[in-house]
Design a protein around this ligand. Structure first.
Ligand code: PLP
Ligand code: ZN
Length: 383
């Protein structure tokens, strides 16, 4: 393993790499007015580059997240549902519609539970299994919970999920199928998150709350490493993803930076983060404005009023000279129809937000001839 230490993104303190590391003890979880002390995993970069070059044929032949073992906080692969290895589809009809040179869809709907979340879950379950933990937990409006429930079902681990009471019947049915212990929480995802954190602490369960568990972003970054390999190192001008807590797009940024360092890619793409215009705290914060009241949106997977990985996300967006946009539910619905009718990809509502965001950017600045990857983060259809 090539992790050297953990660094707090808020106060810059460093800590040793330990399996049970969580938030920065100095900064803690923060409150409504301040960011949590999220830890970032640092690596011995020359050692990672060497290990990548010399990785054994068994790893080279894999196409799940463990392909990137030298860049993960894990000693060895575990037998899990296969997360990652998703296709990067050219979408020429959508490219023409937006006036782009090339457009690809990174189709994360092909993951075992139909969502990019499986990449983080794989790392969480691998760490928990290696440490002999029998119980895992998370808070989620749906996808992270379903992902954890599926991976736990496969391994025979106990899965405790905290979901807002207004989670859709379809999502609850998936949790039931996987045999999860479901706690319905009053109020929003943000409240479910607090309840989950408390129960996890009291019971000694292992956390699959991305952001707070510093190791999970490492799983999500494998999507970027795959894109770099799939494009033979020629990264596009833009990479677009929906943003809730900020972990997913920040992880893509980290993955692209690492891809450049180990020689898998030539340059960083600009990151474009997309939120719903009804719940857009990170769009506002990026623009230096104060957050607005939240409204209603069908983009439930990014309906996060208090994003936990804001510092990480904003740094990655700035480092990439990227930006953030907000889109309406009508625009997301239109993008969802275009994704299926013109690219053959069925996205969940939130998953289509990336395409809607790219269309919004194309109206704001000239993108003629540009290249882009739209990450379709999830594809479980909802009524
Ligand atoms: C979780 C999720 C996101 C956003 O990820 P964050 O890490 O919370 O920013 C986007 N799309 C889908 C489908 C998701 O499930
Ligand atoms: Zn700190």
């Amino acid at each position: 393993m090539h992790c050297t230490r953990l660094r707090c993104l808020r106060c810059d303190a460093t800590y040793p790499v330990r399996f049970d590391a969580y938030l920065c003890p100095r900064c803690g979880p923060g409150d409504s007015g301040s960011d949590p002390g999220i830890l970032d995993v640092e690596y011995d970069e020359p050692a990672v580059a060497r290990a990548w070059e010399r990785r054994d044929p068994a790893l080279r032949g894999r196409n799940d997240v463990f392909r990137y073992l030298p860049l993960l906080p894990l000693e060895s692969p575990e037998e899990l549902l296969p997360a990652g290895g998703t296709p990067l589809l050219p979408a020429p009809r959508l490219a023409a519609r937006l006036g782009l040179g090339t457009l690809y869809v990174k189709d994360e709907t092909r993951n075992p539970t139909r969502c990019l979340k499986d990449r983080a879950t794989a790392v969480a379950v691998a760490l928990a299994a290696a440490a002999g933990k029998s119980d895992l937990y998370c808070a989620s409006p749906g996808n992270a919970a379903i992902s954890l429930a599926g991976f736990c079902a496969h391994r025979g681990l106990a899965c405790h999920v905290f979901v807002p009471r207004d989670a859709s019947p379809e999502r609850l049915a998936w949790l039931e199928r996987f045999g999860a212990d479901v706690k319905l929480c009053e109020g929003s995802y943000d409240q479910a998150y607090s309840e989950a954190e408390q129960a996890g602490r009291e019971n000694g369960w292992y956390s699959r709350n991305c952001a707070f568990n510093p190791y999970l972003v490492e799983g999500k970054k494998t999507a970027a490493l795959e894109i770099a390999e799939q494009l033979a190192g020629r990264l596009p001008d833009l990479v677009v993803s929906p943003v809730g807590d900020g972990c997913t797009l920040a992880a893509l940024g980290k993955g692209f930076r690492e891809a450049v360092r180990i020689g898998l890619a030539d340059r960083m793409p600009r990151l474009l983060g997309v939120q719903s215009d009804a719940v857009q705290p990170l769009v506002k914060r990026f623009a230096g404005e104060s957050p607005s009241e939240s409204g209603r949106t069908r983009a439930v997977s990014i309906r996060v009023q208090r994003p936990r990985n804001a510092i990480r996300l904003l740094r990655e967006i700035e480092a990439s000279r990227g930006t953030m946009v907000a889109v309406s539910d009508e625009a997301i619905e239109a993008a969802r129809e275009q994704l299926s009718a013109e690219a053959g990809v069925v996205a969940e509502f939130t998953g289509a937000a990336a395409l809607a965001g790219l269309a919004a950017l194309a109206r704001r600045e000239p993108l003629a001839g540009a290249s882009a990857v739209v990450v379709v983060t999830g594809g479980r259809e909802e009524a």
